[in-house]
Design a binder for this molecule. Structure first.
Ligand code: GLC
Ligand code: CA
Length: 551
């Protein structure tokens, strides 16, 4: 039977560069990260996703790779990576790494060779055109920096395709030699012990920009990727970055022979619209629109990650509602479609509201992704350009540079937040570890209880109809048990009446406060921004053993 470990993983993402600097040069490194693994294991993390750590000119924070088979010397060596892998394995933490193969860096030797001569064997690794079509603005990923997806190269005397920055030429996936290179990269890192890949920019692989190949062939690349992975390690997973409409989701999962997991971009956008309106309806509708996944498929839920909070699937009017509520100043917005803030400043650091939003993260069908610093409520730095606002170093203590590094302030890879409500003097791990009421300790508890509810990762979703539009009531059922969760998106307390509830005996598992036990399962009081998780005790004979990873 396939090992479905990821169906109840607790995922945490970080960039080695900004997590912990062990040698005092101002740049986070693998030795520093290895030293902090006990912290992550203590928090209950079971899977770490590392942002790209390969040699890179860093035009796009490492998403422009120069060498797929190495560690950026600023972050350490391959030897440090191997030590890190072993330390993670000892703690039962699985590692996912970023697979960035839609494009390379312009400085990758392949591109250097490709541009140098049209007869180079590397020429066809990229996509060239002598007379490229005009770019539709909707095709631009970074509309602030680029105005075309084609760039003229003097040396090559042709235009090359780049969906992202011009320093990131797109690879030609329809070339079998390129696909074979990708296979080797996958095999290399699986041999190093990783448990899978967060696959960057997946929809762009199968975009048929130049009509080089039929759509079918491009889709079949997803099947090929899966085969490369499963051939080397049947437990390893592919987590696709694919911000697509719900109708396109089946293309990415296939019948269980393509991607294992997708980020829940669609639901996340509906969730922020619901939060802005204090009305659960858009979220409930979004959940209902999701197609059923194959048995091995899973959603990775998130609130914020390292990019903008994109709202591109909402209408212009809906985007404005979300901007109004959470990012009214244009400096808080980016690319005309997203928000470049961390969550706490978006909601005025309201602790109840924060807990509500993270409680949704833990209970919506799928598994949760935390990003470093979420657990202590880190803020953003809007004085930094673009998405760097949410990429400041981890705040470990009230020591200089927040304990991230002993280097001089001017030598830090990115500035630490050192002023105001979110400065490291106020927001840091050490202080929150000492405070039993801290957000960090809340996360600790939430993760512990989440791990006792594998139904949320494996079960079938049912929405329960309530009389209060502000409240989302849902349950996840599985032969092993049922978990019911109630979330009040509004700042008014209420008592909801459920129209029906198949479960009559609900025991509180977790909540924003300690509530009186329910008198009846149809009438449920809930505080402002409140949340309650229940286990249905009427499910008799459910088996506590062997429920992880089953479906
Ligand atoms: C993905 C990454 C983003 C990067 C882009 C180009 O969207 O998340 O950070 O800029 O791909 O690689
Ligand atoms: Ca360092």
């Amino acid at each position: 039977m396939q090992n479905l470990w990821y169906k109840n993983a607790i995922v945490y993402s970080l960039d080695v560069e900004t997590f912990m600097d062990a040698n005092g040069d101002g740049i986070g490194d693998f030795i520093g990260l290895t030293q902090q693994l006990d912290y992550l294991s203590g928090l209950g993390i079971t899977c770490l996703w590392l942002h790209p750590f390969y040699p890179s000119p860093n035009r796009d924070d490492g998403y422009d790779v120069m060498d797929y088979y190495n560690v950026d010397p600023r972050l350490g060596t391959l030897g440090d990576f191997v030590d890190f892998m072993q330390a993670a394995q000892e703690r039962g933490i699985r590692i996912l790494i970023d697979l960035v193969v839609n494009h390379t860096s312009i400085q990758h030797p392949w591109f250097q060779a490709a541009r140098s001569s049209s007869s180079s064997p590397y020429r066809d690794y990229y996509v060239w055109s002598e007379h490229p079509p005009a770019t539709d603005p909707s095709e631009l990923v970074f509309p602030d920096a680029e105005d075309s997806i084609w760039e003229y190269d003097e040396q090559a005397r042709a235009y090359y395709l780049h969906h992202f920055y011009k320093e990131q030429p797109d690879l030609n996936i329809s070339n079998p030699t390129v696909r074979d290179e990708i296979r080797k990269i996958i095999h290399f890192w699986l041999t190093m012990g990783v448990s899978g890949f967060r696959v960057d920019a997946v929809p762009y692989f199968i975009k048929n920009v130049v009509e080089l190949v039929a759509q079918y062939e491009l889709e079949s690349f997803l099947v090929e990727l899966r085969q490369y992975v499963s051939a080397r390690n049947p437990e390893a997973v592919l987590l696709a970055e694919a911000n697509v409409e719900s109708q396109s989701v089946p293309l990415y999962f296939g019948n269980g022979d393509r991607m294992h997991m997708l980020f829940s971009f669609f639901v996340n956008q509906k969730k922020f619209l619901a939060l802005a309106r204090q009305d659960a309806t858009p979220l409930a509708e979004g959940l209902q629109q999701l197609p059923d996944l194959p048995r091995s498929g899973q959603w990775l839920n998130f609130v914020r990650h390292h990019d903008e909070l994109t709202l591109d699937q909402l209408s212009a009017a809906e985007q404005q509602e979300v901007f109004q509520a959470f990012a009214p100043d244009p400096a808080m917005q980016i690319y005309g479609r997203g928000i470049r803030r961390r969550l706490p400043p978006m909601i005025q650091n309201n602790r109840q509201h924060l807990e509500l939003i993270y409680s949704l993260l833990f209970t919506l069908p799928g598994i949760p992704l935390l990003r470093y610093g979420d657990e202590i409520g880190m803020g953003d730095d809007l004085s930094l350009p673009d998405r760097d606002s949410v990429r400041t170093p981890m705040q470990w203590s009230d020591q200089p540079n927040g304990g991230f590094s002993q280097a001089a302030v001017e030598d830090l890879a990115k500035p630490v937040i050192s002023e105001g409500d979110y400065g490291y003097q106020r927001v840091n791990v050490a202080a929150q570890q000492r405070d039993p009421h801290s957000l960090l300790n809340w996360f600790d508890r939430a993760i512990r209880i989440r791990k006792q509810c594998p139904e949320l990762g494996c079960g079938q979703l049912h929405l329960l109809e309530t009389t209060e539009p502000a409240v989302l009531a849902h349950c996840c059922s599985h032969p092993s048990g049922v978990v019911v969760a109630i979330h009040n998106l509004s700042h008014h307390p209420c008592t909801i009446a459920l129209k029906s509830n198949p479960y009559s005996n609900l025991a509180d598992l977790f909540g924003d406060q300690s509530y009186e036990p329910l008198q009846d399962s149809l009438t449920i009081p809930i505080a402002a921004y409140g949340y309650r998780w229940f286990r249905a005790l009427d499910i008799v004979g459910y088996v506590r053993s062997n429920q992880k990873g089953t479906n």
